[in-house]
Design a protein around this ligand. Structure first.
Ligand code: 13P
Length: 338
């Protein structure tokens, strides 16, 4: 890799996880965004998606707590109503723009119940275009489900290899890859089972990243927290989740990685912040990497519910968004209080 790219990647990755900031995932694909709108009776149109994203990027003060925003292909090309490109609004707020580049999880042949994330074909050209537009980092999400006999070795390896090939292409293009292997919360599994599966997945992911010559200092890991399944009768305390998550990460994530930015995965806003807070309170000093957030729903959901598609609710929704961003900033310091 050219030396100029190496330093640029390291600097961007460090900036994304610096101090008390984190990432905002606002990269829902159109089908996912529409699904969330439909639940609240918001029209599922391009204009509504644009108006909602305008609300987010124009929230005053957002850059105080958000270092980077992950956009979707539609959103990165959109503008405010007055014609100002979102990319310009984000840059002026001091927020680094990023882009989701995977094409979604599809059924993995020969592996019932498992998926493989697609999007490697033509990725080099797409990355080049996004980099020219001003994106400085990217995201790719692999999805793993815990169930009877899954995830399988084949399912884990295929997804880990795709993540590593994506990450190598990103770094070639000068973009910091966010590597997101998400073990879903759905299921009856215990906290311990989630810890075992997450560790197994991360081990293979880092093996593949090494094999594909990915610069660890120039990437960010976006994992799930280690949690009991949603329908597991034995739920866990905030501290138990913090301990199990950090133990799993200490065993699997090399110290060269600058930051770990958690996904929220369907946890409520408050509980996601509380769990991140507990991790920083208990482990900030000894953890070799920053422990931060890259939340989608856990930052956006209260704002989306307040907005409800109405112009008159924009200010209240922006306040709710800023509130969650600020609280997650506090959670990075172990200073979050509900
Ligand atoms: P959630 O925090 O809502 O899980 O979204 C994060 C994300 O980017 C999923 O790919």
């Amino acid at each position: 890799m050219k030396l100029t790219n190496v330093q640029k990647l390291i600097d961007t990755a460090k900036t994304l996880v610096a101090s008390d900031k984190g990432l905002l995932a606002m990269d829902e694909s159109n089908p996912t965004c529409n699904k969330r709108f439909a639940k609240l009776g918001i029209p599922q149109t391009e204009e509504c998606r644009r108006a909602y994203r305008e609300l987010i990027v124009t929230t005053p003060g957002l850059g105080e707590f958000i270092s980077g925003a992950i956009l979707y292909d539609e959103t990165i090309r959109q503008q405010k109503k007055d014609g100002t490109p979102f990319l310009q609004v984000i840059a002026e707020a001091g927020i680094i723009p990023g882009i989701k580049v995977d094409m979604g999880a599809k059924a993995l042949a020969g592996h019932p119940g498992e998926t493989i994330t697609e999007g490697l074909d033509g990725l080099r050209d797409r990355l080049q275009e996004y980099a020219q537009m001003g994106a400085r980092f990217a995201k790719w999400r692999a999805v793993l489900t815990i169930g009877a006999d899954i995830p399988s070795a084949g399912g884990i390896e295929a997804n880990a290899q795709a993540l590593a090939r994506y990450a190598a292409l990103c770094q070639e293009a000068g973009l910091v890859p966010i590597v997101e292997p998400e073990v879903l919360m759905d299921g009856e599994h215990t906290l311990e089972q989630c810890g075992e599966v997450t560790a197994a997945v991360l081990q293979i992911v880092f093996q593949q990243l090494y094999t594909q010559r990915v610069l660890l200092e120039g990437m960010i890991l976006k994992p799930n927290m280690v949690l009991p399944g949603l329908t597991c009768p034995q739920q866990a305390s905030v501290d138990e989740v913090a301990d199990a998550t950090v133990q799993c990460l200490l065993r699997t994530v090399p110290a060269a990685v600058p930051g770990i930015a958690f996904l929220s995965g369907g946890q409520s806003s408050e509980i996601a912040s509380a769990r991140l807070n507990a991790m920083n309170l208990r482990f900030k000093v000894q953890a070799p990497w920053a422990l931060t957030f890259s939340f989608g729903r856990a930052i956006q959901q209260p704002a989306l519910e307040l907005w409800h598609g109405k112009e008159s609710n924009v200010l209240a929704a922006q306040q709710a968004l800023l509130h969650r961003a600020r609280y997650n900033g506090a959670a990075r310091q172990g200073e979050y209080k509900t």
